[in-house]
Design a protein around this ligand. Structure first.
Ligand code: NAI
Length: 330
């Protein structure tokens, strides 16, 4: 197929080009995001490959239909940025890569927890400056503490397994219980009980109408003082303003984010020479007990290889009118 990539980085180009030797699609890579303006860059392509911050709302999908796009391949798992009902109406197929390496995101999640606890982000700078003081760097043992996992799917269940191995008690809240997690020793509880009992809370549910701003002022008020909160799912599962208030009040003791509500206008680009205009984000960065990474949880070699081969495989299946195992429906 003729595939046009939006939001493509050099690493996308190298992993997809390598994987495409097997598939022989015609790939064209654009660094720009898909927007009302950049949509004009579509010429003879019949397939688009997009990423987490490309918005595919109803007007955009209508435009893509008129331009002859027949399939949209999301090179990610989350699909909250696509109006699937509109896509179905316009007969545009949508596929994603539901599981490329849940280990990658789970390991990054635990990395944020450990780094925040032992203040590795601060210790790194201190030692480089010849400051070997331990003042303010004290951490706590994870062993014996209680973790609360919200969403025990592919990623959350691996986080649960790792934290159990640390000797933590692991509570979980999910609309669907996983017998495999229960067999490991995970205890399902009501959401409010998880908020009340957990020392460390980690979010692994998708962004839906039900989960949007699930962590708001009320939820935070139920949490333990000095709770550690980690979000590697989607930014809007947290109410960022409420979280900032709780950080100022010293209610939240540690915050680790790999995703941010308004990341669309920030992440995946070098902005080190720019003046960042997002005051909410800058306020987050001003806290010593906040660690933010720029949506890199998925970013391992294994995950990138899986993303590229699964996406190209879906495009070949579509071209050959075969079933699409990763098709998304409204
Ligand atoms: P999954 O679909 O395997 O698991 C999601 C779990 O959340 C399921 O068990 C589901 O029942 C549960 N859930 C759904 N609605 C819920 C609700 N209202 N309350 C509680 N639980 C609910 O998804 P997976 O692969 O584990 O990914 C989780 C999320 O992680 C994705 O939706 C995506 O947003 C995010 N993600 C982030 C990445 C990163 O680089 N930071 C990379 C990949 C995914």
């Amino acid at each position: 197929m003729n595939v046009l990539f939006f939001s493509a980085k050099s690493y996308d180009e190298s992993f997809f080009t390598a994987a495409n030797h097997r598939f022989q699609h015609r790939l064209k890579f654009l660094e720009t995001r898909l927007t009302r303006d950049s949509v004009n860059l579509i010429s003879d392509e019949n397939a688009l490959c997009v990423f987490v911050n490309d918005t595919l709302d109803r007007p955009m999908l209508s435009e893509l239909k008129n331009r002859g796009i027949r399939i949209i391949a999301l090179r990610c798992a989350g699909h909250d940025n696509v109006d699937l009902a509109a896509a179905a109406e316009y007969h545009i197929a949508v596929v994603n890569v539901p599981s490329y390496s849940p280990n990658a995101v789970a390991e990054h999640t635990v990395c944020l927890m450990l780094a925040l606890n032992r203040k590795i982000h601060r210790a790194y700078s201190r030692v480089r400056e010849g400051n070997f003081s331990l003042e303010g760097l004290i951490g706590f043992d994870f062993a014996g503490k209680t973790a609360g996992i919200i969403g025990t799917g592919r990623i959350g269940s691996i986080v649960a397994r790792i934290l159990l191995a640390f000797g933590m008690k692991v509570l979980a809240y999910d609309i669907q219980h996983s017998p495999a997690c229960e067999a490991l020793g995970v205890q399902y509880v009501e959401k409010n009980d998880l908020f009340t009992e957990a020392d460390v809370i980690s979010l692994h549910c998708p962004l839906t109408d039900k989960t949007r701003r699930m962590i708001d002022a009320q939820a935070i008020a139920r949490m333990k003082n000095q709770v550690m909160l980690i979000n590697t799912s989607r930014g809007a599962v947290l109410d960022t303003c409420a979280v900032i208030t709780a950080l100022k009040q010293k209610k939240i003791g540690y915050l680790g984010l790999d995703v941010y509500e308004h990341e669309r206008d920030l992440f995946f680009r070098d902005r080190s020479c720019e003046i960042i205009q997002d005051d909410l984000f800058e306020r987050l960065l001003s806290f010593p007990n906040v660690l933010v990474t720029g949506h890199q949880g998925f970013f391992t070699t294994e995950a990138m290889q899986n993303i590229a081969s699964t996406t190209l495989q879906s495009l070949s299946a579509f071209e050959n009118e075969q079933p699409l195992p990763h098709a998304l429906h409204p």
